[in-house]
Each structure stands twice: as structure tokens, then as C-alpha cells.
Design a protein around this ligand. Structure first.
Ligand SMILES: C[S@@+](CC[C@H](N)C(=O)[O-])C[C@H]1O[C@@H](n2cnc3c(N)ncnc32)[C@H](O)[C@@H]1O
Length: 205
């Protein structure tokens, strides 16, 4: 479909471009599937999808106008392996089966600094339990931010649910950066954590 310039997107416009606008179950057959939650304008996930055409990539974004920016990239780069969901991470269970996802990316998630709002953080334990369930055994969670307090507190949440594989307090630039990362890099360090799910660890007798 020829891409139109749109200032304010609507659900109808999104749907016309194949965006998933209502919860439905997704199946990936034998393919590997990677999910980014809160994709923003989609630079990170579209670059990954472009470089790995045999895998499926899913961008989930709650903001409708931002979602449209992901469509622009999908269309321009002709990414058949990029699925876009206009939806809220609180309802992930309505889209994905248990043990169906290979990796989850959280990039520059909103920090929600006030304690009474911590539950909304995408790294909060309630979300982590859902990620744990949806990820396959040995699937990974990769979390990247420029926000030191959010990072430190998220490390504490995540280490209770995942095996920590990497903590990096000064992440180098890469080919896969979000719009926020490009903006924030000049202001200070970028932090990254990678954790893995271990579902079949037997307790030693
Ligand atoms: C600070 S922005 C970062 C955007 C992008 N990841 C980047 O690094 O450029 C956070 C994004 O997460 C989205 N978001 C926040 N809560 C969400 C939720 N519960 N489900 C889906 N998207 C969410 C927001 O709409 C926003 O686009």
C-alpha cells in the first residue's frame, strides 16, 4: 500500500496497514519470535527485522501516533517479518501463548519515578512474571535505559526472576539503537541488563 503522510493516526488507518488493533492469539509456527514492548517509533525493532528475515519481530506500542511511525518504517523497508501491535503490555497474555517467545526487549521504558507509580514500570515484578511465562526456556529479557535509578531498581526486580547474564554500565553504540538512545547517548551513559529464563532448573536434593 502506498504510504500516506498522517498527522493523527486512527485505528482504521492502522488496521488498513495490518496492525493488530484488538487482542488476538499469535502463532509463529517453527520460527523464532522476538518482542519489543514500548517500541516508540520503531528504529530498533525494524533494523533487527531487516537484518534477520528468517525470524519474526513484534513491536508493541500503546501510543497510536507513535505506532504509525513504525508502520512508515515497515513499509519503507518492506518488512514482512515485522508484526505491529497497537496495544498495552498489561494484556500480553491475550496475544501470546506460554513458552512462545525467544526474547523480549525493553528499551528506554518510562521510569515512573514516583513510588506510587512503580507498578506501571515495564520491569515491575508483575510484568516480569508475565515475561517469564511467555518466554521459552532460556529465552532472554534485554533491558536498556539511560536512567540510573530505574536501572538499579530494575536490576533488583529482575534478578529475582531471571538469571543475570550481563550488566553493562557503559553500553557502546551499536547498529541497533532506538530513537531515545540516539538522543540520550550524548548526555550520559547507557545501561543494559540481559537476563535469561531458566524454567527447568531442578532443585538439588
Ligand atoms: C520513553 S518511550 C521509549 C520509546 C522507544 N523504546 C525508544 O527507546 O525510543 C516509552 C514508550 O513506551 C510506550 N509504552 C509505555 N507503556 C506501555 C505499555 N504498557 N504497553 C505498550 N507500550 C507502552 C510509550 O507509549 C512510549 O512510546
Amino acid at each position: 500500500m502506498r504510504q500516506k503522510k498522517v498527522k493523527y493516526a486512527t485505528k482504521e488507518i492502522l488496521e488498513a496497514y495490518g496492525v493488530i488493533i484488538e487482542p488476538k492469539r499469535l502463532e509463529f509456527k517453527e520460527k523464532r519470535a522476538f518482542l519489543e514492548i514500548g517500541s516508540g517509533k520503531g528504529s530498533f525493532i525494524s533494523s533487527l527485522a531487516n537484518d534477520h528475515p528468517d525470524d519474526i519481530f513484534i513491536a508493541m506500542e500503546i501510543n497510536i501516533n507513535v505506532c504509525y511511525r513504525i508502520i512508515e518504517k515497515k513499509e519503507a523497508m518492506k518488512l514482512d517479518n515485522l508484526i505491529i501491535i497497537h496495544g498495552d503490555a498489561s494484556f500480553l497474555n491475550l496475544y501470546f501463548d506460554s513458552d512462545s517467545i525467544d526474547g523480549i526487549y525493553l528499551n528506554f521504558s518510562d521510569p515512573w519515578p514516583k513510588k506510587k507509580h512503580h507498578k506501571r514500570r515495564l520491569t515491575y515484578p508483575t510484568f516480569l512474571k508475565t515475561y517469564q511465562n511467555l518466554l521459552k526456556d532460556h529465552g532472554f529479557l534485554q533491558f536498556r535505559t539511560d536512567h540510573p535509578t530505574l536501572f538499579q531498581e530494575s536490576v533488583e526486580y529482575i534478578e529475582n526472576h531471571f538469571k543475570i547474564i550481563e550488566i553493562n554500565n557503559h553500553l557502546e553504540e551499536s547498529r541497533y539503537m532506538t530513537e531515545y538512545e540516539i538522543k540520550k547517548r550524548v548526555l550520559g551513559p547507557i545501561y543494559q541488563l540481559i537476563g535469561k529464563v531458566e524454567k527447568n532448573v531442578k532443585e538439588s536434593l
